[in-house]
Design a binder for this molecule. Structure first.
Ligand SMILES: N[C@@H](CCC(=O)N[C@@H](CS)C(=O)NCC(=O)O)C(=O)O
Length: 220
C-alpha cells in the first residue's frame, strides 16, 4: 500500500497512527503542500485524489481511499486487530464523537485553504488568524477534555480512534501556539502517546519528508 501524505498534516498523522497501531507498513509518498504552490493541486496528484488533499491510501489492487475518517474506518474493518474501537456500542459512539469533534468541528477551520481564504479574501491579519485558531481549537479541546477519561489513553489503557485524532490535534495546537495547559487529560494522552512506539513512528518528525521549520513557514 502507498500512503500519500505530508509530514506535518494532522490528517496524515491520524492515518499513520492508525496504520502503526495496527502494525501495517506502507510506502510513504510525500506530497508537499507548499512547494510550487502545493503539489496537492497539481494534475499528477489530482489524478490520485480529485479533491487535492492529503492523505490518500492506494491499495495494492489500485483502489485509492481518501478522507482520513474513511481510511481509518477501512483499516478497522479490514485489519480488526488490535481494535481501535471498543466492543461496547455506547463506548464506540463516544470514541467516534471525540473523533468527530476534531475531524468535523475543529480541523476544517484551520486547514491551510481556510487560513489562506481568511487572509486573502477576508482580510484577516496575523492577530485575527491567531484569535481564530485559538477560539476553535480551544472550543474543541474543552469539549474533548470533558468527554474523555481520567486515566490511560482517552478511553482506557489502550489507544482508540479518539487518541488517533487527539494526538495530531495537540501537535497542531503546539505548532500554532494555541495554549493547551488547561487540558490535563489531553496532556496526559499526549504524554502517553509520546512514549508509545506507534505514535512515535507516526509522528511528523519521524517522516521521510520532515523539514527544519523556520518561523516564516510555521503555518504552511
Ligand atoms: N477531511 C479531510 C481533510 C483533509 C485535509 O484537509 N488535508 C489537508 C492537510 S491536513 C490538506 O490536504 N490541505 C491542503 C489543501 O487544502 O490544499 C480528511 O480528514 O482527510
Amino acid at each position: 500500500m502507498k500512503l500519500y501524505a505530508y509530514w506535518r498534516s494532522g490528517t496524515s498523522f491520524r492515518v499513520r497512527a492508525a496504520l502503526a497501531l495496527k502494525g501495517i507498513t506502507v510506502d510513504v509518498v510525500p506530497v508537499h503542500l507548499v512547494r510550487g504552490g502545493g503539489e496537492q493541486k497539481q494534475p499528477a496528484y489530482r489524478a490520485v485524489n480529485p479533491q487535492g488533499r492529503v492523505p490518500s491510501l492506494a491499495l495494492d489492487d489500485g483502489a485509492v481511499l481518501t478522507q482520513s475518517p474513511a481510511i481509518i474506518e477501512y483499516l478497522e474493518e479490514v485489519h480488526p486487530e488490535p481494535p481501535l474501537l471498543p466492543a461496547d456500542p455506547v463506548l464506540r459512539a463516544k470514541v467516534r464523537a471525540v473523533a468527530a469533534i476534531i475531524g468535523c468541528d475543529v480541523h476544517p477551520l484551520h486547514n491551510s485553504g481556510t487560513l489562506a481564504a481568511l487572509k486573502g479574501q477576508f482580510g484577516a491579519d496575523e492577530a485575527a488568524i491567531q484569535a481564530w485558531l485559538t477560539k476553535w481549537m480551544t472550543d474543541g479541546f474543552t469539549a474533548v477534555e470533558a468527554l474523555i477519561g481520567d486515566e490511560g489513553f482517552a478511553f482506557g489503557p489502550e489507544p482508540t480512534v479518539a487518541d488517533v485524532y487527539i494526538v495530531p490535534q495537540v501537535y497542531t495546537a503546539r505548532r500554532f501556539n494555541v495554549p493547551i495547559e488547561n487540558f490535563p487529560r489531553i496532556l496526559r494522552v499526549e504524554a502517553l502517546a509520546a512514549a508509545h512506539p506507534a505514535f512515535q513512528a507516526a509522528h511528523p518528525s519521524s517522516q521521510p519528508d520532515a523539514e527544519q521549520v523556520t518561523k516564516a513557514t510555521a503555518r504552511s
